[in-house]
Write a protein that binds this ligand. Structure first.
Ligand SMILES: [Fe+2]
Length: 187
């Protein structure tokens, strides 16, 4: 376990080390999410293009603020934040976003799965921080609330009139994209 040479007053270096490792995973996830959002911003096509293209840039701004806050918390705890591409591709346990050019419902259905993953892991990181440091916990709680708001913005585009998500519980991005692309929004 990493042990920094200093930590904030009242927080042991052991706990700071544990938090740094936990936060480093969140940093990678948030930087990767910001890149996925830009990828969709560039590759989304079809009806509703402009509003989604612009909405995604709002998400990018918010997610970049989150990754900056997490990186600076790592440094505050005595660690060395790393959001470089080489480190990220070695340390993450998921593949690149898998959809290229696609229509609005297809990309947003796949993005809903991406948000599911990031938010679920953020909630686990909140539980981990709760046992160690309320300041780090507070940071992550605020971010989770905003991430869930962003996911609702995405879901509102792929919700049919029955209130169901049009990807129908798909488990992969490609499956979600192809299911939503042909779904009936008036169902
Ligand atoms: Fe742009």
């Amino acid at each position: 376990m990493l042990k920094p040479s200093f930590s904030p007053s009242g927080l042991s270096q052991e706990k700071a080390g544990e938090l740094i490792e936990n936060l480093q995973d969140r940093l990678v996830a948030l930087v990767d999410l910001s890149l996925v959002l830009k990828h969709i911003h560039w590759n989304v096509v079809g009806a509703g293009f402009l509003s989604v293209h612009e909405m995604l840039d709002d998400h990018v701004i918010g997610i970049r603020q989150m990754s900056d806050a997490v990186a600076e918390r790592i440094a505050t705890l005595g660690g060395v934040p790393n959001g470089l591409i080489g480190h990220m591709t070695k340390s993450r346990d998921w593949d690149d976003y898998s959809v290229g050019r696609a229509v609005v419902p297809a990309h947003l259905a796949a993005l809903d799965l991406v948000y599911d993953g990031v938010i679920g892991d953020h909630r686990e990181a909140i539980s981990y921080a709760a046992d160690r440091d309320p300041v780090t916990e507070d940071l992550l709680v605020g971010q989770a609330g905003k991430l869930e708001l962003y996911q609702w913005f995405v879901r509102a585009h792929i919700e049919n009139t029955s209130g169901e998500l049009m990807h129908g519980g798909a488990e992969s991005e490609l499956e979600a994209a192809s299911t939503a692309a042909t779904a009936d929004p008036l169902k």
